[in-house]
Design a protein around this ligand. Structure first.
Ligand code: B12
Length: 211
């Protein structure tokens, strides 16, 4: 199987071709995790690199992510069946009071493309909802996004809720969003910060000690 064909379909945003290629590969007995790691992850890695260097813009990232998701939708359900492990489990959302989700969605897609199981809670997520999802999904990382200076304090409130529920010691916390900085992460006791989707994948791998 030439997995670089699938990578190329992701990079060029061909969602129908990516789905057909994926179905064909699965029908031929290719392991879904192999398809993710050798086809989708390199494709999204390349998109992340190009996005970081400014070579492409958001529409290209979004159409690549759509192609990645079309393939992932076919491969992912089979992973649970075959008992193969994803690299880690992430619960992500935009904090309470904040409706901005474009950046969070990009980060979410990049993490999924990199082989992580992502539970995206959407926007306006209360600290209680973060805690409940972290408990429900055997979570490795709780990732929070905020775009408003007025909702940034909700990140600290969510960490406090994780501590109160005795979940904090079992999860890492990663934060991001335009007004968020590494200094803020240090100040509120988050474990990681990244300023874009590609860096978020890198920070996630470092936090979990995976490649
Ligand atoms: C689009 C937008 C909206 C849309 C949101 C649509 C949506 N579905 O998201 C709408 C119109 C709804 C909106 C509403 C408002 N907005 Co608005 N909005 C923006 C805008 C123009 C773009 C944000 C965006 O999507 N950027 C593109 C993405 C890709 O970038 P990003 O979000 O920064 O994400 C990247 C990184 O930050 C990082 N990242 C993001 N999240 C995470 C999470 C983790 C874990 C990690 C590791 C990394 C990470 O990776 C992402 C990918 O590279 C910004 C201005 C700007 N240029 O930022 C204003 C802006 C954020 N909005 C602003 C304001 C004030 C508002 C309103 C209050 C306006 C009003 N008076 O009603 C409301 C608030 C609504 C609410 N309660 O949330 C202000 C915030 C000012 C401030 N400092 O607080 C800004 C900065 C505009 C401005 N200059 O005044 N907004």
């Amino acid at each position: 199987m030439n997995f670089s064909e699938l990578s190329e379909m992701v990079i060029t945003g061909q969602h129908i071709a990516a789905a057909e290629w994926t179905q064909n590969a699965l029908d031929q007995g290719v392991e879904p995790i192999e398809l993710i790691n050798k086809g989708l992850v390199p494709g999204m890695d390349e998109i992340g690199r190009r996005w970081k260097e400014g070579g492409i813009h958001m529409p290209e990232v979004l159409i690549a992510a759509r192609a990645m998701k079309a393939s992932m939708a076919l491969a992912k359900p089979l992973i649970a069946v075959s008992g193969q492990e994803m690299k880690g489990t992430i619960v992500i959302g935009t904090v309470k009071g904040d409706l901005h989700d474009i950046g969070k969605n990009l980060v979410s897609m990049m993490l999924e493309g990199a082989g992580f199981e992502v539970h995206d809670l959407g926007n306006n997520v209360t600290p209680e909802a973060f805690v409940a999802a972290a408990e429900e999904h055997d979570t490795d990382i709780v990732a929070m996004s905020a775009l408003l200076t007025t909702t940034v304090p909700m990140m600290e409130a969510t960490i406090a809720a994780l501590v109160a529920a005795e979940v904090r010691q079992n999860v890492k916390v990663m934060i991001g969003g335009a007004p968020v900085t590494q200094a803020l992460a240090n100040q509120i006791g988050a474990d990681g910060y990244a300023d874009d989707g590609a860096s978020a994948v890198g920070v996630t791998k470092t936090l979990l000690g995976v490649d």
